[in-house]
Design a protein around this ligand. Structure first.
Ligand code: ARG
Length: 463
């Protein structure tokens, strides 16, 4: 039996009694951290190759380690690897099996290394790969939103503030607002990736190691952007996981806001859009129902990811330097954050592609709320009135329109002129929804020409 196989009885000669089963279960992480196995093997290979290059292990040892790790990778991939709870975590499970396969060479792999720098390396490598997948999914979602926006540049949506009809906007413009949010989420993740992609290996337990390691070459072999420059910091901080989760929580918050709008818009009272049936469910009692379960769940899962952010940041706050076992608790929230965000992004890219828009319903709603009142004020300003006076004048006009249950554009010219004699026939062009839309032809505004320019910019960026 080698040392690691005996771990279930005790760690070493130092321990006089074995761990109780409860404590073993409490301290073990293998049933969730085994998903780090590939990063663990990649890190071990890079470490072993450097050890051989530095003359710390022999070429024969390296060969045995490489062959053993290749076998282990095959065993894990084909689900033949026997994960053992008593071996605590992914690292000790793989190392124990390697020692079975490679003998003493396997035992030499841990030279100049500790599980503390090993686990920090594994999580970083794993997270880097996941960030790359998420960046791809964020781009897919943005493309789906740009497509939907482009099909509906000319569709007029009532824009809301305080959920009160405010001003007409292009439906395409509204979709591009989300594209902006997801493009900032992308920027944040690209930033976070730079800090994730640094190498802790070589920090060993906390103080560095007495072996002549070449850390830079390991970083290079693993495609990392650099080496953690302080061994104590390298093994102890999980700020990279926290800032990733913060970026993920924000992306979920953006999805949650979109979800809230989709839920509202597909309700009977709005009737602005339809979602493809495959993203909705029925009710077990009310046969007429089609419920927007997917956006509702996304809104709900946002709470869960925000919770993980709170969990991780709280996990760090009381820890003295350097490594503490508390850090083992970083994995489940981090894994769940990644899984939740990836699934949600995937499902949303698909769902957005299947949204049908009902322009008549949107336009009707936009006509209800005196959405062109600002346009009338702007019209008066162009006739020479100071804006504040124009604002007051239009308030009177809106009051009169409400009293006669008409839209501003339905008031006869003579009536409008009672509020200001400068108003002429040309006012009706301004009071129409489309006139209002076209007038906002400023950079970032909702005029279709501006929206089309933004679509072209996004397309070039996402190509
Ligand atoms: N499973 C541990 C973790 O996730 C690995 C590091 C253990 N290090 C230690 N000194 N006990 O953090």
């Amino acid at each position: 039996m080698n040392q690691l196989d005996k771990k279930s009885q005790s760690w070493s000669a130092l321990f006089s009694e074995p761990m109780s089963e409860l404590v073993q279960r409490y301290t073990a992480s293998v049933f969730f951290d085994k998903r780090l196995w590939r990063s663990d093997i990649d890190g071990s290979l890079a470490h072993a190759r450097m050890l051989a290059a530095q003359g710390i292990v022999t070429a024969a040892d390296l060969q045995a380690i490489e062959a053993g790790l290749a076998t282990i990778a095959q065993e894990i991939e084909s689900d033949r690897f026997e994960w053992k709870l008593e071996l605590e975590d992914v690292h000790l499970n793989i190392e124990a099996r390697l020692t079975q396969l490679a003998g003493d060479a396997g035992k030499r792999l841990h030279t100049g290394r500790s599980r503390n720098d090993q686990v920090a390396t594994d999580v970083r490598l794993w997270l880097r790969g996941e960030i790359d997948l998420i960046l791809g999914l964020l781009a897919d979602l943005q493309r789906a939103l740009v497509d939907l926006g482009e099909r509906n540049v000319e569709v007029i949506l009532p824009g809301f503030t305080h959920l009160q009809v405010a001003q007409p906007v292009s439906f395409g413009h509204h979709m591009l607002a989300y594209v902006e949010m997801f493009s900032r989420d992308t920027e944040r993740l690209v930033e976070v990736r730079r800090r994730v992609n640094r190498l802790p290996l070589g920090a060993a337990a906390l103080a560095g190691t007495s072996y002549p390691l070449d850390r830079e070459s390991v970083a290079q072999a693993l495609g990392m952007d650099g080496v953690c420059q302080n061994s104590i910091d390298a093994v102890s901080d999980r700020d990279f996981a926290i800032e990733f989760t913060a970026a993920a929580a924000l992306a979920m918050v953006h999805i949650s806001r979109l979800s809230e709008e989709l839920v509202l818009w597909m309700s009977q009272n709005f009737g602005f859009i339809g979602i493809a049936d495959r993203f909705t469910t029925g009710s077990s009692i009310m046969p007429q129902k089609k419920n927007p379960d997917v956006p509702e769940l996304a809104r709900g899962k946002t709470g869960r990811v925000v919770g993980h952010l709170m969990g991780l940041i709280t996990l760090m706050k009381g820890q003295p330097l350097a490594y503490n076992k508390d850090n083992q608790e970083d994995k489940e929230p981090l894994f769940d954050t990644v899984d939740t965000l990836k699934d949600t992004l995937r499902i949303f890219a698909e769902m957005v592609g299947g949204i049908t828009v009902r322009p008549e319903a949107m336009e009707k709603a936009a006509l209800k709320g005196y959405a062109t009142a600002t346009d009338l004020a702007d019209y008066l300003v162009k006739k020479g009135l100071p804006f504040r006076d124009a604002h007051e004048t239009v308030a009177h006009a809106v009051k009169a329109a409400i009293a006669s249950q008409m839209d501003l554009s339905e008031l006869p010219l003579a009536v409008l002129q009672q509020f200001n004699p400068a108003i002429g026939e040309d006012v009706y062009g301004v009071l129409s929804l489309r006139g209002s839309l076209n007038a906002r032809d400023v950079l970032g505004g909702t005029a279709p020409a501006q929206v089309r320019a933004q679509i072209a910019r996004h397309r070039a960026r996402l190509a």
